[in-house]
Design a protein around this ligand. Sequence first.
Ligand SMILES: Cc1ncc(COP(=O)(O)O)c(C=O)c1O
Length: 399
Amino acid sequence: MTRDDAHAPHHWLPDTRAVRAGQRRTDEQEQSEPLFLSSSFTFTSAEQAATRFAGDEPGNIYARFSNPTVRTFQERLAAMEGGEACIATASGMSAILTLAMATLRAGDRVVCARQVFGTTVGMFANLLPRFGIETRFVDLTDTDAWARAICPRTRMLYLESPSNPLTEVGDIAAIADIAHAHDCLLVVDNCFCTSALQQPLALGADLVIHSATKYLDGQGRCLGGAVVGPALLVDSEVFSVLRTAGTTMSAFNAWVFLKGLETLAVRMRGHCENALALAHWLTEQPQVLRVNFPGLPDHPQHALAALQQSGPGGVLSFEVAGGREQAWRVIDRTRLMSITANLGDTKTTITHPATTTHGRMSADDRAAAGIHEGLIRISVGLEDVRDLQADLAPALDGR
Ligand SMILES: Cc1ncc(COP(=O)(O)O)c(C=O)c1O
């Protein structure tokens, strides 16, 4: 084997895959991955063009469905998640849509955790019904409810774990068993943990969804998404929808994400450490009614999280008395934290889920999901945690 054949040897451990998998050096012998900003690729002859279009010869054609930088990102993320194949998309939502269009038909049914990201709820509750696909929502943590919600036309079970913003944890292995007993696919959005902390495919899930916009980038720069899973499904049906619908990741964004993946493991360790320290500190603040974080021993699924995740993650939420007015006041009084809806950034972000990320849900659905008006979500960054505490203390005090 030459050096450049080593795209992702199976013996590489996860941190090595994150740094090196998928890289093929060109004749320029560059150290870092090249960025191919080219919307199309040339052929040596009309005959080669015909052969490529016919699928009889591998190679680049047109960047809506083939670009070397995007391919490197796909191969690296697939290796990190332990999946056979990956399709990169323009955003996390386009990953979910592309997968739904690839795997579901009119008349099919989905069972989805009630606690998924607000726009994902919107996709399943409002958009997909226009194409004849209906969804039942169940409590992520009530494993029996998943089995009860399945009907003969159910094709897909969908969840995020930990959930956004309450950090509830679903039993991925148990729900995968239920899915497979009913001939359904289990899809897990692994955005909060990433492959650095949780491997849904190894736990039995069939497919992983990413919003690369979050931790995979890690520095709040680009939108992107991905679907990871078996080659038989991803390289054929998911790819075919991507090629037709053009839900494609840009090459520039793929390059940024590649650089993000290289530091993912160390960043996730830092996020976990800071979030745990901040969560413990928040539990000691008299103005805080409740802290949601899987790393706290009193979290309802603390033991399950410790079993299926190698770290608690970097996102926590907490509730203050006084509802929306007081939550907004606390957020507005912080000076260091960024008031923004994104998460997974090295910069700590603070947000009010009920009026932002989950604002499109009906008040009843929000209440059923436990997203109260006094809830604040923090995506804990990599600043010194003492500065984060110093930012929050006067904000909570009303100083
Ligand atoms: C858990 C989760 N999944 C999916 C998405 C959608 O990703 P994107 O914004 O990249 O479309 C988000 C976005 O915030 C999210 O938090």
